[in-house]
Design a protein around this ligand. Structure first.
Ligand code: ZN
Length: 413
């Protein structure tokens, strides 16, 4: 029955949930059709009927903690001509299922659904509810129909322990193979740089002072100055194994600095006037605990002098969960059993995920962990949100086994 995960993932891939528009209802229907015969309780929680969140629940005895697997049904867009296969055909090739969302994160959606189905089929009754929570609109988040809506609409669904997306690739390091578990994510921040110039007739050489030219100088300056390095305590275990490893080194770099990128720029014409105003939008993935004032000081120092005003918004998110928990131990015991040479290393995620929303809403212990025992981690990092995304069938089965282990271990005392 664990082999169900392959056709189920293929069906989910052929159901195009590129966001926008998302169309998560079609993917929810596929999962409902699969889970319903096993007696799993199913419920859609929707602000927009075309974009539901889905709750699948194996009812517990209410005598112990509840566990949830958190996933999302939407995917980022894919252009057919960039790929070597049709990204929405669910092709199997070289022992892998290919297609948009196979890594991020329909693999885990299918694997946790199959795990729940097998547990129900075996007659397992957990101490607390075991749930699969599938959110809409994780990738864009602007429609207001996904996780932030869900936690507000259903405060009664507050799992004690949650496994969501994030780390889970297996890295070969000098001190042996490791799996990272994200116990938190960086916070998100944004800032606007309003750049002033002096207007003038654009036909006359050297006339005026262009705000666009000044904006370009500031963007270049931001990109070419080094951010201050600071090691949050949550990142120390990762640094101990990341030395000399290319991908882990890049992750460690992201987790010890505030990463600021210019992501929007705006100046309006007319085209024959030297512009006296331009606005740069900055996006920051910043370290947990950074305050607005810290960020403003850092940005002013990096941008240097110039004719601009800087406005930094308060960072959002960046919460972390403790690791002295039955869920962390369940992940460790799964790895010890199935991959005894490897170790589990707690770390942070470098980008946003819905995990943070659930940490913030209910104080749940939430980890990002989708285990990939066999995949080359570099390939995962390059293909998700990229081209030729694919997951090995062996990894899908590993993910089913991991979800079952977590549910059985945390779900019974
Ligand atoms: Zn994702």
């Amino acid at each position: 029955m664990r082999e169900d995960v392959v056709p189920l993932l293929q069906r989910l891939v052929t159901c195009d949930t590129s966001n926008p528009p998302g169309n998560e209802a079609a993917a929810a229907a596929i999962l409902e059709a699969y889970l319903d015969p096993f007696g799993i309780e199913l419920e859609r929680v929707a602000k927009d009927p075309a974009r539901p969140n889905l709750v699948a629940r194996l009812r517990g005895r209410e005598s112990g903690p509840s566990v949830a697997f958190l996933g999302h049904l939407d995917v980022v867009k894919a252009r057919r001509e960039d790929w070597s296969v049709d990204p929405f055909a669910g092709v199997i090739r070289d022992g892998a299922v290919w297609g948009r969302g196979t890594v991020d994160m329909k693999c885990q959606v299918a694997a946790t659904a199959v795990a729940l189905a097998t547990l129900a089929h075996e007659g397992f009754t957990p101490d607390g509810d075991v749930m699969v929570l599938l959110m809409a609109d994780e990738e864009v988040g602007e429609a207001g129909v996904g996780a932030p809506f869900f936690v507000e609409a259903r405060p009664d669904i507050r799992p004690d322990f949650i496994v969501g997306e994030g780390a889970g690739e297996r890295y070969e390091t000098e001190s042996g193979p490791v799996y990272l578990v994200d116990r938190g994510v960086k916070a998100s921040a944004s800032a606007q740089v309003l750049v002033h110039g002096h207007p003038g007739d654009a036909s006359l050489a050297g006339n005026g002072r262009s705000a666009i030219r000044e904006a370009a100088r500031l963007v270049e300056r931001l990109a070419s100055t080094q951010p201050t390095r600071r090691v949050p305590p949550e990142v120390e275990p990762l640094l101990a194994v990341a030395d000399g490893h290319p991908e882990l080194g890049a992750v460690a770099e992201s987790l010890t600095t505030n990463v600021w990128r210019a992501t929007t720029i705006e100046a309006t014409g007319p085209t024959n006037v030297v512009p006296d105003r331009a606005e740069i939008g900055l996006y920051g993935a910043v370290l947990p605990g950074e305050e607005r004032g810290d960020l403003e000081r850092e940005l002013r120092e990096r941008l240097g002098d110039g004719t601009y005003e800087l406005d930094v918004e308060k960072p959002e998110g960046g919460r972390t969960s403790g690791i002295d928990t039955p869920l962390f131990r369940a992940i460790e015991s799964f790895v010890a059993e199935h991959d005894p040479d490897a170790r589990v290393v707690p770390a942070l995620g470098y980008g946003y995920s819905d995990c943070d929303t659930f940490r913030g809403a209910h104080g749940s212990v939430v980890y990002g962990f989708i285990p990939f025992r066999h995949a080359d981690p570099a390939q995962n990092l390059q293909t998700k949100h990229g081209v030729d995304e694919r997951v090995l069938v062996d990894d899908l089965l590993f993910q089913v086994d991991c979800a079952r282990h977590v549910a059985l271990t945390v779900g019974t005392t």
